[in-house]
Design a protein around this ligand. Sequence first.
Ligand code: SAM
Length: 226
Amino acid sequence: MDPWHTPEEAAAWDASAGSHLPTRMEQQDLLLALLTESQIDDGAVLDLGTGSGLVAEAVLEALPGTELVGVDFSPAMLKLAGRRLRRFGSRVHLCQGDLSRPEEIDLPLRRYKAVFSVQTLHHLDNREKAAAFAWMAGLLGARGLVVVIDRVKVEEALFEDWLVTWRRVDPAASGTYAEHVAELTEAGDRPATLDDQIEWMKAAGLATSCLHLYGNRAMLVGRKSE
Ligand SMILES: C[S@@+](CC[C@H](N)C(=O)[O-])C[C@H]1O[C@@H](n2cnc3c(N)ncnc32)[C@H](O)[C@@H]1O
């Protein structure tokens, strides 16, 4: 199941996070570009599923005037994040919370210029994902930004076609659809289709588009209206 609850699992995930996913750094660069161009200035950003703080660290470096709130439900991951982000001092607030029950999360700040989430929301079921998008939109001011970088579901009828495209970035990719589903189940991964994710973001009141996609790895961008 989820590989981040014990200190050993969290440390192992942290050590390999940048290497096992070939699209990760490109999409992280795009996230940084979107945030940098969004005049966040001395406002605040919210990182949902902050993990060991790898993405948060890059964001805090790119936005020197900005505060960041990082939410995660794993104390082991938050401990790693605390160590990694200590040098940013009072600009960082780490908060334990479960995104499947966002209304119970006691956020230290109530208004954000941007909310982002990397490789996390696919752990929620579909009802929880839709509710999480609505909650995120409610935390944003006018023209607030949402960026979600995450897995999307591979349809069974297109599995072989997905493998052909994915081998361009991971030549070892192979296996059957049943094996793919078994791997997802084992890891507690529940990716939704791209169409569903876009629909839930739109239903939350966000103008939404998928602005980067490679295989089953998407970057969805939403903007709240004026
Ligand atoms: C794959 S890691 C990604 C961490 C970080 N965003 C990154 O990209 O480096 C997923 C993180 O989501 C957290 N997570 C998973 N389900 C969660 C939930 N329901 N509520 C809060 N955090 C959750 C895990 O503890 C883990 O730290």
